[in-house]
Design a binder for this molecule. Structure first.
Ligand code: OSB
Ligand code: MG
Length: 384
């Protein structure tokens, strides 16, 4: 049985080494939302809510997620006598729409806490089997093709197994062409549009077919599976969906409609590990490869992504770059690294999430904190 006694919310700020620009906005300093979960015996674990500062990727933001966790998510979980982390997802879905990133932070934290209490590594606790995961890098939109080529060359030299280029109208065909010409035919390249195009851009996007991209991620609207299906019929390049896949049902719809051929799974976007696993399993049965996306997490969120990516159908390299790609210094010990073959190692030698949080550093970086504690004992699943 699992009983969460207390959840401490914290916001820290971490400056990115370099601004990260996508079609819908730019991040210079990441507002990072960390949670520390405690059970009654004194066991603790850390988790991360991946919502951004602005609602440009999805509707949630760090501020809406904070409020949702404090008002609705935590009160349902705190003090509940849970069979295990497996039951958290349904507890959080009943008569509670939306807020997947808020729910995911607590749901995944419960998996981390269970792994800690049971003395097993997180990847093992969720059922992941792989020990090393190929890593990709996501390169933000640059001012010129030359600037992008320079970053792509450096990434290739470091060993990354997949290079993702953020694109937007005006920063697309010429940029992708320049990178393909500079790096050659062998490099695994892809593009991510973050919903910057419309179906009327189909002929324009079809120019990308010339560059043998392994996929184009989320070209059209976040809730638009129908037009993605129409676009896919006009592109040779496989479409991968990110923003559109918010549930198992949406993944089923994608497959039924032919809206895409690959899924980027981000556990925060789908409400946590239980749904991530279900989408992974559905895709595996349907012959759809998946890979693990990133949200510029700190090393805490990255621990959960790496554990998730240890499932077998994560066939393509994940956006699981090492800490040093983002930050001068991460908040975890050890920092996340990538070997010369472009692989990240799944922690398997210690209980829990596999990295320790540098608490003194987190304390020093904290700009906001709130402690949520159980109020009184109540039966499992009782309404908050
Ligand atoms: O679309 O995958 C995306 C970062 C923020 C918001 C959306 C996306 C991204 C990334 C970053 O691509 C991937 C990473 O964490 O390295
Ligand atoms: Mg994306």
């Amino acid at each position: 049985m699992l009983v969460v006694d207390r959840i401490v919310l914290r916001e820290i700020r971490l400056a990115l080494k370099e601004p990260f620009r996508i079609s819908s906005g730019v991040v210079t300093e990441r507002r990072i939302f960390l949670l520390e979960l405690h059970d009654a015996s004194g066991a603790t674990t850390w988790a991360e809510c991946v919502a951004g500062e602005h609602p440009n990727y999805s509707a949630e933001t760090i501020d809406t997620a904070w409020d949702a966790i404090a008002r609705w998510v935590a009160p349902r979980v705190l003090g509940a006598r849970l069979d295990g982390p497996e039951s958290v997802h349904s507890l959080l879905e009943r008569d509670f729409r939306g807020h997947p990133m808020a729910k995911a932070a607590v749901e995944m934290g419960c998996w981390g806490l269970a792994a800690t209490i049971e003395g097993v590594p997180l990847a093992q606790r969720i059922g992941g089997t792989r020990t090393r995961i190929p890593t990709g890098i996501s390169l933000g939109i640059q001012k010129t093709p030359d600037a992008l080529v320079e970053r792509a060359r450096a990434a290739y030299a470091q060993g990354y197994r997949k290079i993702k280029l953020k694109i937007a109208p005006g920063s697309d065909v010429a940029f992708v062409r320049a990178v393909r010409e500079a790096l050659g035919a062998e490099v695994h390249l892809m593009a991510d549009a973050n919903s910057a195009y419309r179906l009327a851009d189909a002929d324009h996007l079809a120019q990308l077919d010339a560059f043998d991209l392994i996929m184009i991620e989320q070209p059209l609207g976040q809730d638009d599976l129908v037009r993605h299906a129409q676009l896919q019929r006009r592109l040779r390049t496989p479409i991968c969906l990110d923003e559109s896949i918010t549930s198992v049902d949406r993944a089923e719809d994608m497959i039924a409609l032919g809206s895409g051929k690959i899924v980027n799974i981000k556990p925060g976007r789908v409400g946590g590990f239980t749904v991530s696993r279900a989408i992974h399993d559905l895709c595996e049965r349907s012959g759809i490869p998946v890979w693990c996306g990133g949200m510029l997490e700190s090393g805490v969120g990255r621990a959960y992504n790496v554990a998730l990516a240890s499932f077998a159908n994560f066939k393509l390299p994940g956006d699981l770059s090492p800490s040093a790609r983002y930050w001068e210094r991460d908040v975890v010990i050890p920092e996340w690294t990538m070997d010369a073959e472009g692989m990240v190692t799944v922690p398997r030698s210690q209980p829990g999430i596999g990295v320790a949080v540098d608490v003194d550093r987190v304390d020093a970086l904290t700009v906001r904190t709130q402690t949520l504690a159980r109020t009184a004992a109540r039966p499992a699943g009782a309404a908050a």
